[in-house]
Design a protein around this ligand. Structure first.
Ligand SMILES: [Fe+2]
Ligand SMILES: [Fe+2]
Length: 355
């Protein structure tokens, strides 16, 4: 045992999984706060003030409170579903907490009063979301040690514009995912195997507002949406959609229990996100192009083969993994280069969810 391992605190399996840095796992970010000081929201003043008023009013203040429904017996959830549900919760708590850590760090260091206020509200919301999911993990005796995670997880540095693209998308996708599951379970309550899904409706409005804030920050600096930045937007759209597709298809028992086909569910989320993203992005991905679906399917298959080779171990499988990873890179490049649906005039920011 190394000295480091001997002194490392004992953490549980879910904390270790949340700590992992893989292509598919949610990351923690830092950014250049000095560059954010210079942001001027004067150009989007009216929309900004409306959004800040809504966030200040804190409509979800009393929402994240558990009820008697949460005392249900969790042992009735069979093992394969239990494993995938916990995987879903760990991935969700990591993503929520990632937002909390980034927004809290910006709020702590920034002096620009407008952004300071925004990041205070967003870190408040994400702390609530992460805490609420972690309480559910606690019921299963597998809560993630969020304090340990803050100190031990690897941080990725992104310049502010990349934070905008990535975070805008993950907030809007978060909104689309929560509302799609919520609406589906409203129609099919027999598939609601855990009470947490009932909280998704108001929860998703927080994510919607967070996405609106990033939309306004981008509209305040329109050069981020034109020229060569279009290629970055395309990259983030492809990366975020492909990651979601691969990750969701790794949880068949979870989607089966929800009565959801993961392909249909993911395309519904892509469509909602694409539609919303017209408010800022000058194009959308061609979701109906059969090559788009085919490339996602190839990436899914390659990801499964990479995981299988990794689990098998040995020099031959290491080599195989390398070759498969190269193929995944090429497939992703093919996805990235597919034609897009061009030129929407960015709509006005909507302050009320349209779905
Ligand atoms: Fe959140
Ligand atoms: Fe959020």
């Amino acid at each position: 045992m190394t000295a480091e391992a001997a002194t490392a605190p004992a953490v549980n399996e879910t904390t270790r999984r949340a700590q992992e840095s893989t292509v598919l796992s949610p990351r923690f970010y830092t950014t250049d706060v000095d560059a954010l000081e210079r942001v001027d929201v004067g150009g989007v003043r009216a929309d900004w003030d409306d959004l800040m008023a809504e966030m200040r009013a804190d409509p979800n203040k009393g929402h994240f409170v558990r009820t008697a429904e949460w005392d249900a017996d969790l042992d009735r959830i069979p093992p394969p579903l239990r494993r995938e549900f916990l995987d879903f919760l760990v991935s969700s708590v990591t993503a929520e907490f990632s937002g909390c850590v980034l927004y809290a760090e910006i709020k702590k260091r920034i002096k620009n009063p407008e952004l300071r206020e925004l990041f205070r509200y967003m870190s408040r919301d994400e702390a609530r979301h992460a805490g609420f999911i972690n309480d559910t993990l606690k019921d299963f005796d597998v809560a993630v040690d969020l304090g340990f995670l803050t100190k031990s997880k690897q941080y990725t540095f992104f310049a502010p514009k990349f934070i905008y693209y990535a975070t805008y998308l993950s907030e809007k996708i978060g909104y689309a995912r929560y509302i799609t599951i919520y609406r589906h379970l409203q129609r099919h309550p027999e598939h609601r195997f855990h009470p947490i899904f009932k909280w998704f409706e108001q929860w998703c409005n927080d994510e919607f507002r967070h996405g609106e804030a990033f939309a306004l920050l981008m509209r305040a600096e329109p050069r981020l949406l034109t020229g060569y930045n279009r290629w970055w937007i395309r990259f983030f759209l492809c990366a975020v959609f492909a990651t979601m597709y691969v990750r969701d298809h790794a949880r068949p028992a979870f989607h089966d229990a929800l009565g959801v086909d993961p392909t249909e569910y993911d395309f519904q989320v892509f469509r909602i996100t694409s539609e919303i993203s017209k408010q800022v992005f000058p194009f959308t991905l061609a979701l109906d192009d059969p090559r788009f679906f085919a490339k996602l399917e190839t990436l899914k298959g390659l990801s499964q083969a990479i995981a299988a080779a990794g689990a098998a171990g040995g020099p031959w499988n290491r080599l195989k993994r390398l070759a498969l990873t190269g193929r995944a890179g090429l497939t992703f490049a093919g996805l990235y280069l597919l034609p897009v649906n061009p030129h929407h005039t960015p709509d006005q920011v909507r302050l009320a969810p349209a779905w």
